[in-house]
Design a protein around this ligand. Structure first.
Ligand code: PNS
Length: 165
């Protein structure tokens, strides 16, 4: 029987517990998941791609069915390259919907063989995003319990280094 594979794309700058919850739940549906760090032209990243990959890998220790990768072009081209016909995205509040709908329709226009699939976020992570985590951490806020330990550590280092330069 062929394996069911999905791509979970995003900026993951950095990965949060909300992302990890989507990964866990997706693994109950798919045999294999590829977390793909892609470029969002609307965002200036805080962490390099390598830093983001390292944090994801560290956070995922013990998940053999998850691969972490990066790609510089169109998401649908990447999906075809990986022979995956499902793009998985997490959906939080109403505010996500318009952007996700637009992206799903554009991706469908670009390639009809690739389907977008959405998982609703767990209520515990309803209010968090990488952006709000960075904002809180940058101002010295306590973000423990919202991101993996390695991310908490790396954020502290990043903002401490920024302060000292
Ligand atoms: O986590 P994000 O920032 O919401 O993820 C957005 C991302 C990276 C998935 C999106 O910007 C993307 O797919 N970028 C790759 C380029 C692409 O295919 N753009 C056209 C999609 S409409």
């Amino acid at each position: 029987m062929s394996q069911k594979c999905a791509i979970y794309p995003g900026s993951f700058d950095p990965i949060t517990n909300g992302h990890l919850s989507i990964v866990d739940r997706a693994l109950t549906i798919f045999d294999k998941l590829t977390i793909a760090i892609l470029t969002n032209p609307q965002k200036e990243p805080l962490f390099s791609v390598k830093e983001r990959i390292d944090m994801i890998k560290e956070s995922l220790k013990g998940s053999p069915n998850v691969e972490v990768d990066t790609f510089g072009g169109l998401l649908v081209d990447y999906a075809i390259e990986k022979k995956a016909n499902v793009i998985l995205r997490g959906l939080r509040a109403l505010s996500d919907f318009e952007y996700e709908f637009q992206m799903a329709l554009m991706n469908r226009k670009l390639n009809r063989e690739v389907q977008s699939l959405f998982l609703m976020t767990d209520y515990k992570w309803f209010y968090i995003s990488s952006t709000i985590i960075k904002e809180a951490a940058g101002l010295g806020g306590d973000i423990s319990g919202l991101v993996p330990k390695i991310v908490e550590k790396r954020l502290k280092e990043k903002f401490r280094d920024a302060k000292n330069t």
